[in-house]
Design a protein around this ligand. Structure first.
Ligand SMILES: *Cc1c(COP(=O)(O)O)cnc(C)c1O
Length: 284
């Protein structure tokens, strides 16, 4: 699908809102039905129907369609933060007795979730240098159910070989998550490399205007339904319709912003690498 079509048109049903170019903010917690029979049908599939905004909301639905298309995913869910999206992905994927392998130096609150919070629920995590796929293989245990990647990772911007890790994981029946916040879907498509779930802190490049905290989780329809019935609906860390609207607006300029990032990176690097107060520069 064409990138500018996704950013500017996909999911927007302008004919139903007077041709408005900016979609309406459907600021409603609950939705009405013309008959009891239709309400019952809605209750039967809260994932697809607009019943209650903790489950589904028309403005949030536009954002979900766009981000799923950007990542080449069947579906995605929107969260109140990137940390909420990662927590939901992990909690939907493990249970007591399971083991997780995570790349060393992930985002600090991803590390906190795996290192400090999950042991209380009987889940342990090993952290490995992700620059060599053999390190993942060495860290696997019979009870490993999940591999968490972040490529490039926070602060040191090391990369992992997504295809190789995904192949290894699939051969052992292990689920994979990749935090794609730094690369953005314009520069890296983890699902095309065989990764199961993609997490975004949409607070960063996807929104790009420093006025929203949001998270996205992308994957197959089957896994998204599993996450929806589990941590999405029970934790309730949803994105508000207004924040979804701001993100839809932010996405309009994603392509031009990323072009500018690419065209100015070399100049920033040249400046910091030559600066006497800077000892080391990390970049992917
Ligand atoms: C900021 C960030 C997060 C957390 O996202 P929030 O929106 O702040 O909750 C997760 N991963 C990466 C790589 C980040 O930069």
């Amino acid at each position: 699908m064409d990138l500018s079509y996704i950013l500017n048109h996909l999911g927007e049903e302008r004919g139903t809102y007077h041709g408005a170019v900016a979609p309406p903010i459907v600021q409603s917690s609950i939705f009405a039905f013309p008959s009891v029979a239709e309400m019952r049908r809605g209750f039967a599939d809260e994932f697809a129907e607009h019943m209650y905004t903790r489950g589904n909301n028309p403005t949030v639905a536009i954002l979900r369609k766009k981000v799923a298309a950007l990542e080449g995913a069947e579906d995605c869910l929107a969260f109140s933060s990137g940390a909420a999206a990662m927590s939901a992905a992990v909690f939907a994927s493990v249970r007591a007795g399971d083991h997780v392998v995570c790349v060393a130096r992930p985002y600090s609150w991803t590390r906190s979730l795996l290192r400090d919070l999950l042991p209380g629920f009987g889940v342990s995590t090993g952290f490995v240098d992700g620059t060599d796929v053999a390190n993942f293989e060495d860290a696997l245990k019979p009870e490993t159910r999940l591999i968490v990647l972040e490529s490039p990772n926070s602060m040191t911007f090391e990369q992992q070989d997504l295809s190789a890790v995904a192949r290894l994981a699939r051969s052992r029946g292990i689920r994979t998550i990749c935090d794609n916040s730094f690369a953005t879907p314009l520069n890296q498509s983890p699902i095309s490399h065989g990764i199961d779930l993609v997490v975004h802190s949409a607070t960063k490049y996807l929104n790009g205007h420093s006025d929203v905290v949001a998270g996205m989780l992308c994957g197959s329809d089957a896994i998204m339904r599993e996450v929806f019935k589990g941590p999405y609906m029970t934790f309730g860390a949803i994105l508000s319709p207004h924040d979804a609207w701001l993100l839809i607006r932010g996405l309009r300029t994603l392509a031009v912003r990323m072009e500018r990032v690419a065209s100015t990176t070399a100049r920033v690097l040249a400046f910091v690498e030559a600066h006497p107060a800077i000892r080391a520069v990390f970049h992917p």
